[in-house]
Ligand binder design. Structure first.
Ligand code: ADP
Ligand code: MG
Length: 267
């Protein structure tokens, strides 16, 4: 997958991996917060019916009358669904369980794969980054995210089966690129839940770097209990414990991504 051509406008990144529990949502929340802390204007689009990104950012279920479900079925605009969070410069379009039924509802619509792209178009000028938190499957929701995105960010957990499934994901990205979204690229792979006490983690890092080369970000997110505690307080880890290793890693990831963007934009 080649690197993207020069571009302008916001960067729309889809956090995708059809495996569950690899750190998509955690990365959406904390990368989003870190980018906002650095001064970027960030929108997180919660595209997982589980709604964990919404919960983790303190948007409780009662205040989700307007959600990404309503946007995708065409009842409201994305602007109507967007809420500010307690973090300056960070907004979210929350999701609800309704989203799990949306696939059937829009299946026969001609623009079914472009609903999200069209919705984001109307608000894009207000943000410098849009992060889409995908569900753990390669379904129509993820396809909507991939056709809306400029690039895919793949969280990969440092565990034995990390690479399993990656080629299927890359194949899907190539198919979307060939049919729905010619400009799509893989922005990078972020290794998550790295455990320094476990030799396996180091082995996985080596293997993934061997396989994916410089698509793998230098920054590795360590396994850190503060990261997993934060969502139950409805807070990103950067707000819960700024000094912990997890927060510091997400700040480094944000600057690495901004750095890559500068190189791409200069190209
Ligand atoms: P996904 O969105 O891919 O399903 P999540 O981001 O929800 O994955 O993460 C799965 C679980 O792992 C969650 O309970 C989360 O709190 C935990 N987790 C994610 N990243 C870390 C980390 N760096 N350290 C410790 N726990 C983590
Ligand atoms: Mg998730």
């Amino acid at each position: 997958i080649s690197s993207s051509p020069a571009f302008s406008g916001p960067r729309i990144l889809a956090l995708a991996n059809q495996k569950g529990g690899v750190g998509k949502t955690t990365t959406a929340i904390n990368l989003g917060t870190a980018l906002a802390a650095i001064g970027e204007k960030v929108l997180i689009v919660d595209l997982d019916p589980q709604g964990n990104a919404s919960t983790g950012l303190g948007v409780d279920r009662r205040s989700r009358e307007k959600s990404t479900y309503d946007v995708l079925v065409g009842d409201i605009t994305l602007a109507d669904a967007i809420q500010e969070t307690s973090i300056p410069r960070l907004s979210i379009a929350p999701s609800t369980m309704d989203l799990s039924g949306v696939e059937l509802e829009i299946a026969s619509a001609r623009d079914r794969a472009f609903r999200l792209r069209n919705a984001i178009d109307s608000v894009a000028s207000q943000y410098s980054y849009v992060l889409i938190d995908c569900p753990p499957s390669l379904n129509l929701l993820t396809i909507n995210a991939m056709s809306a995105a400029n690039a895919i960010l793949v969280p990969l957990q440092c565990e034995f089966f990390a690479l399993e499934g990656l080629s299927q994901l890359i194949k899907t990205v190539e198919q979307v690129k060939a049919t729905l979204n010619p400009g799509l690229t893989i922005h990078g792979i972020v290794l998550t839940m790295y455990d320094a006490r476990n030799n396996l983690s180091a082995q996985v890092v080596d293997d993934v770097r061997q396989f994916m080369g410089d698509k793998v970000y230098q920054t590795i997110i360590p396994r850190n209990v503060r990261v997993s505690e934060a969502p139950s307080y409805g807070k990103p880890v950067l707000l819960y414990d700024l000094k912990c290793v997890g927060s510091q890693a997400y700040l480094r990831l944000a600057s690495e991504i901004i750095q890559r963007e500068k190189v791409l934009r200069a190209a």
